[in-house]
Ligand binder design. Structure first.
Ligand code: NAD
Length: 261
């Protein structure tokens, strides 16, 4: 049995995580933290209520793993608190630079692992893998990421990760044309590691990304769509089961996809 605390537990992702943890026989939900809903019952067949203070919830329940889906402005603090108590972290909140994650992981107590995945959907991990493979042969590429209109960061963590994987895989780096002829600023998107990223924000969307390659007389599109947030839950559960066997900073669900769990 792995004991789990969910941080951001009343949010769109956090509430799915609560349901996913409660549904697994080998996972036990011991606490759910969300200051905006402090004292309210969680429901979902558990007698637990949302708590407001992470440190006291950890001290009272001693979870093995904290799962965090909160906000870029608070996640650094929640990770620091959990790692200082020797609690393994499974982090889905995007927006923290790698250097900050490295600094947080270096202060972990008792060998606790900091695991972060920019995308917990297995299909999205495959989309990134296939995009990196394609970039070796088709270096002209742009990313279009599409998310709901309340997303806190742009570009998405998935788009940044995809750009980084493409940058590592490409052997030639073509210039991104058209910037100098932009009539409206930003029309050609953001340039990240020499890869152009366009961010779309609209109500009705969940999380989508298309990686569009161009070559002589042809294009190749690699697209992934998360149609609802349950798409992320098999990946979150996989991460909870694996994080307890690791230490230090681990990034990307692909690191656990070959492992049991
Ligand atoms: P949300 O706004 O619906 O939920 C965030 C919750 O965190 C809210 O209920 C809020 O009250 C709570 N919160 C705020 N401060 C807190 C604190 N200090 N401690 C505990 N809880 C706190 O947001 P969301 O749509 O669920 O997204 C959360 C994060 O997850 C975002 O960064 C988003 O980009 C990311 N995300 C990641 C993935 C992935 O696969 N990695 C997928 C979807 C979303």
């Amino acid at each position: 049995m792995i004991t789990v605390l969910v941080s951001g537990a009343a949010g769109r992702m956090g509430s799915e995580v609560v349901r996913a943890v409660l549904a697994e026989d080998d996972l036990e939900l011991v606490a759910a933290v969300d200051p905006a809903h402090s004292g309210q019952p969680i429901g979902e067949g558990t007698t637990l209520s949302y708590e407001s203070d992470l440190a006291s919830a950890i001290e009272a329940t001693r979870p093995q793993v904290m799962v965090d889906f909160t906000h870029p402005s608070v996640v650094g603090g929640t990770i620091a608190t959990a790692l200082a108590h020797g609690v393994h972290c499974v982090v889905g909140t995007t927006g923290l630079p790698i250097a900050e994650l490295e600094a947080l992981a270096s202060n972990a107590r008792d060998g606790a692992c900091l695991f972060m995945a920019p995308n917990f959907a297995i299909g999205a991990v495959l989309m990134m893998r296939f995009a990196a493979e394609a970039a070796r042969f088709m270096p002209h590429v742009e990313i279009i990421e599409l998310h709901h209109d309340r997303k806190a960061d742009a570009p998405s963590g998935t788009a940044l990760r995809t750009a980084s994987l493409i940058a590592d895989a490409r052997t030639t780096v073509p210039a991104a044309p058209g910037r100098e002829t932009e009539i409206a600023e930003g029309a050609r998107g953001a340039l990240v590691e020499d890869v152009t990223i366009h961010s779309v924000r609209l109500p009705g969307l969940v999380a989508h990304q298309e990686v569009l390659f161009g070559g002589q007389g042809q294009t190749l599109s690699i697209r992934h769509d998360s149609i609802d947030r349950t798409s992320f839950m098999p990946g979150v559960v996989l991460a909870i089961r694996n994080v307890v066997h690791h230490t230090g900073l681990v990034i990307g669900l692909e690191r656990f996809m070959g492992e049991q769990g």
